[in-house]
Write a protein that binds this ligand. Structure first.
Ligand SMILES: *Cc1c(COP(=O)(O)O)cnc(C)c1O
Length: 426
């Protein structure tokens, strides 16, 4: 499609947008009595209007039934989390038994590493991406230390080549082969949080398995954003947070995937009563008998009030389906890219999109390196109703989330960007 940088053209795309009505299902912060242009759904998704209804339901059940709410309300709390398995499994490409929700992301990755990072004297190394999200870096270091190894030796980061912004798949595979017999675990992001690069999880998983290692993924920026086929790719485990693309609310519960092939195994784990045999959980038996499924990694009974808005959101995702989301995501991201290039031509400035231009390697995020204006341009955007974020040294990240951003937003953003650059230069 040939794009045009005009309001009429953007509005025409909005009129043809199958997902247009979903914009109305979300609550936007206001700027001068208008919806802001929201580009930070990759950091904290907007609130679905239905979230409050789901939370109110739990509050009412608690008020009217108190402890009986565990069993005798419409959505009983004792198995509330099981309502996620079916819809979430369609979003991440898994069987329902392979999916669970619990805790928060870094905690879950730690718990999963208890089971899946089992270093031995000869096989103890972890492969991860260079400049992984800091929480992941701290996690790797502390896990390696916990097992008595040295991070400098045990953690192998895959680096970008000199002068390149993204990591090459061939370099990942080559490093996996090189570390070979010493490799215990590959734990990669599905989508890099900084550049928005999407990694080829299928190929990485195959390479890791070929080297005899376990392969897991941190899907913080992938869940609800890209097409995942975790079961078919034969991924061993994964976890994600729900407050980014999944719109579940600040700091909300994480999701976990454990491949079926591990369900019957005797993997060590940190156990708790919520992972115990469902039928016998309330018999208060002394010996742990794990549920055969991802639910077997549960520890505590669940924070129902936080699961409530997550459930509202998951049901909306399942209703829309990833295919439609991805179709719009590709088009609106391409339109934003077009707008950026158009504005770049019109102003006396330069910025560089460091996200891969190839659609196979990116999703709903363009990271823009500002060569000229830097922080003052970011401040200008924020003051003018464009919510984006700033990452050192000089990058703004723009995520046109397909469920609730419009093509007209992209057009208006371009105009505000142009004014901002012109204002700063004068
Ligand atoms: C957002 C994000 C996190 C956040 O971790 P929490 O435990 O939810 O605070 C971790 N890893 C990555 C890659 C992220 O993008």
């Amino acid at each position: 499609m040939t794009f045009q940088n005009t309001l009429e053209f953007a509005q025409q795309l909005d009129a043809q947008d199958e997902l247009q009505s979903y914009r109305n299902e979300f609550i936007f912060p206001q700027h001068n009595s208008k919806n802001v242009i929201y580009f930070t759904g990759n950091s904290l998704g907007l609130q679905p209007k239905s979230a409050k209804t789901y939370v109110d339901e739990v509050m009412n059940d608690w008020a009217t039934h108190a402890v009986e709410g565990h069993f005798y309300v419409e959505k009983p709390w004792w198995d509330y989390h099981e309502r996620f398995a079916a819809p979430l499994s369609t979003i991440i490409g898994a069987k329902p038994s392979e999916v669970t929700v619990m805790n928060t992301l870094t905690i879950n990755l730690h718990l999963l590493m208890v089971s899946f990072y089992r270093p031995t004297k000869n096989r103890y190394k972890i492969i991860c991406e260079e400049k992984a999200f800091p929480s992941d870096q701290y996690m790797f270091q502390s896990q390696v230390n916990h097992h008595g190894y040295q991070p400098e030796d045990a953690i192998v980061e895959i680096k970008r080549r000199e002068g390149e912004h993204n990591i090459r798949l061939e370099d990942i595979v080559a490093k996996i082969e090189e570390v070979g017999d010493e490799l215990a675990l590959v734990l990669f992001g599905g989508v890099n949080y900084y550049t928005g690069q999407v990694f080829d999880m299928k190929t990485i998983t195959e390479a890791g398995h070929k080297a005899g290692a376990i392969v897991g993924f941190d899907l913080a920026h992938a869940a609800g954003n890209i097409k995942l086929e975790l079961h078919d790719w034969n991924v061993d485990f994964a976890a994600w947070c729900s407050y980014k693309y999944m719109n579940s609310g600040p700091g909300n519960a994480s999701g976990c995937f454990v491949h079926e092939k591990h369900h019957q195994s005797n993997l060590p784990r940190f156990a708790g009563w919520w992972g115990h045999n469902k039928e016998r959980r309330f018999k208060m038996e002394p010996n742990f008998d794990p549920v055969h499924g991802a639910d077997g990694w549960q520890v505590s009974n669940l924070p129902i009030l936080s699961l409530a808005p997550y459930l509202a959101s998951v049901e909306m995702f399942a209703e829309v389906g990833m295919d439609k989301l991805i179709a719009k995501r590709n088009q609106i991201t391409a339109y934003l890219e077009f707008i950026l290039h158009e504005i770049d031509k019109e102003v006396d400035s330069s910025f560089e999109i460091i996200t891969p231009s190839n659609q196979e390697e990116r999703a709903c995020q363009l990271s823009v390196f500002l060569h000229g204006e830097g922080r003052s341009l970011f401040d200008y955007l924020m003051k003018n109703g464009v919510i984006t974020d700033w990452r050192e040294p000089n990058v703004i990240r723009l995520a046109p989330v397909p469920l609730y951003t419009s093509y007209a937003d992209m057009y208006h953003f371009g105009q505000i960007l142009k004014q901002g650059i012109t204002t700063i230069h004068n």
